[in-house]
Design a protein around this ligand. Structure first.
Ligand code: SF4
Length: 290
């Protein structure tokens, strides 16, 4: 829980603030950019929300903050912000909110499908979210993009009896008993609309999930970079091998999709042809960054 005594000095005067416990995960900035910004490697409030909609977005960021670093001077009722999750991204794909500190605030998603809902990476296991997931039909599958963003996967498994899917090369302490390990580097069909594409590089066992040939869940493999204005990969946070990561990205570029939905970094959405061109641009940058 945020502490007013640790309020960062850059915060604009007023109700909302960020305290010194911020780990700079970026969540509040992309969720509520009208309120939060970056100052000296931490978040801070640059503009106090002055509309109902702005306050609601800021409160949604508050409940999603993995470290509880966002606070308000006045007592605020977060009920409506909590009930706003899962928050629709597009169609039947949702942002779950409630980011976990153990995955450094990575974003998790819910794909609501008639054939069974899929959770992509693990949010915090918290009862308000769990109840909302129950209302939406529960979780039948949990796809884990890589070893860093598994957070509360076991609690979701125990509660929903969902099948966990993850590449075997990223299995480790706590994930050795997952139900469906993916092997090798060939794509694996999980269902008619779900394709796992192994994309080693960020970690040995990183993998992306392509849903309906439209939504690509990338974990920490690829994301949109707001500052650079192109799709990029985390060159300074590449834990396995950059050349392998570039090869994996070349493989991905052969697929057609419209959305990139990452764990860290920003999401992006383009028509297919533009997305293909953006992937080409990203590959050029990646080869030069080698
Ligand atoms: S969500 Fe929380 S931890 Fe992440 S940048 Fe914002 S204040 Fe910092």
């Amino acid at each position: 829980m945020a502490q007013a005594s640790k309020r960062l000095p850059h915060n604009a005067p007023g109700d909302f603030y960020v305290d010194a416990s911020c780990i700079d995960c970026d969540t509040c900035r992309w969720m509520a950019p009208a309120t939060f910004t970056e100052r000296e490697d931490q978040a801070s409030v640059h503009h106090q929300p002055d509309t109902e909609a702005g306050r609601r977005r800021a409160l949604m960021a508050l409940v999603s903050c993995p470290t509880g670093s966002i606070g308000t001077m006045e007592k605020q009722d977060p009920t409506r912000a909590i009930e706003a999750f899962p928050d629709r991204v597009h169609d039947n794909v949702f942002h779950t909110g409630f980011h976990s500190e153990s995955s450094f605030g990575a974003t998790s998603y819910l794909v609501a499908r008639e054939q069974g809902n899929v959770l992509v990476d693990s949010p915090r296991f918290t009862m308000p979210l769990v109840r909302r997931l129950e209302d939406l039909g529960g979780v039948s599958m949990m796809f884990l993009t890589h070893r860093d963003d598994v957070a509360d996967h076991r609690k979701f498994r125990e509660h929903f009896d969902c099948e966990r899917v993850m590449h075997e090369r990223d299995l480790g302490h706590g994930t050795r008993d997952i139900e469906r390990p993916i092997r090798g580097e060939d794509p694996v069909v999980l269902d008619r609309d779900l394709l796992v594409i192994p994309t080693p590089g960020h970690t040995r066992g990183s993998a992306c999930l392509l849903y309906r040939d439209e939504f690509l869940f990338t974990g920490d493999h690829l994301a949109w970079n707001e500052t650079r204005g192109h799709i990029y990969a985390f060159r300074s946070a590449c834990w396995y091998d950059w050349a392998t990561l570039v090869r994996s990205s070349e493989k991905l570029a052969a697929y057609s999709f419209e959305w990139i939905l990452p764990g860290h970094g920003r999401r992006c959405h383009f028509p297919r042809e533009r997305m293909a061109a953006e992937m080409d641009k990203a590959l050029t940058w990646m080869r030069e960054a080698a």
